[in-house]
Structure formats: C-alpha cells, structure tokens
Design a protein around this ligand. Structure first.
Ligand SMILES: [Zn+2]
Length: 118
C-alpha cells in the first residue's frame, strides 16, 4: 500500500511537471482581432529547428497578422522536462494562418496533403 502511495505521488508530480503554462501573466485578448482567446495545449519541441524559406515567411507574417496561431512551442535548445505547453490561441489567428499557408503554397507551387493538416 505504501509503495502504491509513493508511486501515485511520483506520477502526480512528474505528470504535472511535464506541462508549462505560457498563459500566466499574458493577456487573454488577441491584440490583432480584439477577442478573448482560447487555451490550448501544444507540444514543446526543443533544439535547433529547420528554418526553410516558407517557415521564415510564415514567421514574418505571423508577428503582425496572426500572432496567436502557433501549434507548437520551440523555447530553446536546452531540453527541459516539460513536453507540453499551455498557450492562448485565437481562432481568427488560426484561420488567418491557414489562409496565409494556402495562399503561399498556391503562389509557390507547393503541394500539401491537407487531409493531415488540422
Ligand atoms: Zn487573433
């Protein structure tokens, strides 16, 4: 019984420590669309990420047009134990990002299997 209690405590502590809250102290209102955002859990990817031209253009567009449409977090190259992030997302930012991606891909002849895109 005592072993089960200790095991439960370890699982509870480790389970809670694997998600980082990025909403603390942040505004819940999208500064572009002026609407209350939703909370979402996204994966955290550590390390140096590939940054091809499409990703560079997407990042540049996102800062002004859809700042709250991220589907993952890349906080640093230093791997921590957190694997998920709690963030704010704005449905209008997400829609704007999808439209930007569609337009970019059409303009640049990129073929994407949209059935796998959320
Ligand atoms: Zn927005």
């Amino acid at each position: 019984m005592r072993v089960l209690l200790i095991l439960f405590m370890v699982v509870a502590i480790v389970g809670c420590a694997t998600r980082r809250d990025y909403t603390a102290g942040e505004s819940a209102v999208c500064e572009v669309h002026h609407r209350t955002m939703e909370m979402a859990v996204v994966p955290i990817y550590y390390g140096l990420m590939p940054f091809p031209p499409r990703s560079q253009a997407l990042y540049a567009a996102s800062t002004n047009a859809f700042p709250h449409a991220r589907d993952f977090i890349n906080p640093s190259c230093v791997v921590a134990r957190e694997r998920e992030a709690l963030i704010y997302t704005c449905p209008q930012c997400v829609a704007a990002r999808r439209q930007w991606e569609t337009n970019f891909d059409l303009q640049h002849g990129v073929t994407v299997n949209r059935s796998k895109v959320k």
